[in-house]
Design a protein around this ligand. Structure first.
Ligand SMILES: Nc1ncnc2c1ncn2[C@@H]1O[C@H](COP(=O)(O)OP(=O)(O)OP(=O)(O)O)[C@@H](O)[C@H]1O
Length: 288
């Protein structure tokens, strides 16, 4: 697999040299590979937001390097600018950052900054609105007339319209109802497939990341203690609990069953998967 973004010994200190000094990242080596669907998990204040802001050059390292496609993103002003277009960042509650008078103008803001011509901007606005399931009739409305879920989609469309090869989303489903959550996760997945884009999703929900990502990176106390497939990461159950994270409830039950000698698959994260796995055990035992 080919790395697309890397950090090397990345350190970030807020308010350095003052009584409020805070080491938010310490010697962090992070890699995201081209085309992968990556999850970042960590307790509040562990350093996740600081890390993702470094990945698109919003923050400057106190020390260490950030590389995009093998090149230091701070090498030149042009390099930093290009990285910001290539690495799209959707903040937490991005709907609070909508400010234009129409949905169209809001989505067009990024492509305009890229100095694209009007025809290309129009194509991108319409295509990205469609991606997130917003009909053309919404484009001329004010974003402030929309529901919370629709506003969130406008904000995501605004980043997708820049056609980034890496899309980073900080808690994209926070505060949405279950239907809103699955709609947004599907939109993100569709973008991933259509553009072979790298997706980096920050989430508090273990169930959500477990069923969507290829690989998980754990952030704790300004460092990355371990990363791996959801199965590999959730095998560290006790450490995750100590970090205030835990593992999906179903996975916890399945870990217990395995310890009791029941031969169950431990890559089970959701109730639907649990039902199928139990049925499989019963079938193997000839009980059904
Ligand atoms: N602008 C800032 N000035 C000073 N300290 C900050 C600033 N931003 C974050 N911090 C501190 O740096 C540490 C890491 O914060 P960060 O926001 O990266 O964590 P997080 O894991 O994203 O948390 P959350 O899940 O709450 O978003 C925390 O202790 C936080 O209080």
């Amino acid at each position: 697999m080919e790395p697309i973004i890397q950090t090397e010994k990345l350190c970030h200190t807020y308010s350095a040299g003052t009584p409020f000094e805070r080491f938010a990242l310490v010697d962090v080596d992070f890699t995201a590979y081209r085309g992968e669907y990556l999850g970042i998990i960590g307790h509040t204040g562990s350093g996740k937001s600081t890390l993702i802001q470094h990945l698109n050059g919003l923050l400057k390292p106190t020390s260490g390097r950030v590389l995009f496609e093998g090149q230091d993103i701070w090498e030149s002003k042009e390099r930093t600018r290009q990285t910001r277009f290539q690495v799209g960042l959707v903040f937490q509650y991005p709907e609070y950052q909508l400010f234009e008078e129409t949905v169209y103008k809001d989505i067009a803001f990024g492509p305009k900054n890229m100095k694209l011509d009007d025809g290309e901007i129009d194509r991108r606005v319409r295509q990205s609105a469609e991606f997130v399931g917003l009909g053309p009739e919404i484009l001329e409305q004010s974003p402030f007339e929309l529901s919370g879920g629709q506003k969130r989609r406008v904000a995501i469309a605004g980043v997708i319209a820049m056609e980034p090869s890496v899309l980073i989303l900080d808690e994209p489903t926070a505060g949405l109802d279950p239907v809103g959550v699955s709609d947004i996760l599907r939109n993100i997945h569709d973008y991933h497939v259509a553009k072979n884009a790298t997706i980096i999703i920050v989430s508090h929900s273990m169930e959500e990341v477990a069923r969507t990502v290829d690989r998980l990176v754990v952030v704790d106390d300004a460092r990355i203690p371990f990363s791996g497939t959801p199965r590999e990461v959730f095998a560290h159950e006790e450490e995750l609990v100590a970090m205030g994270l835990g593992v999906p409830q179903v996975t916890r039950v399945f870990h217990r069953l395995r310890r009791l000698g029941v031969d169950v698959d431990d890559t089970v994260y959701t109730m639907e998967q649990a039902k199928a796995a139990f049925l499989d055990v019963l079938k193997r035992k000839g009980a059904v």
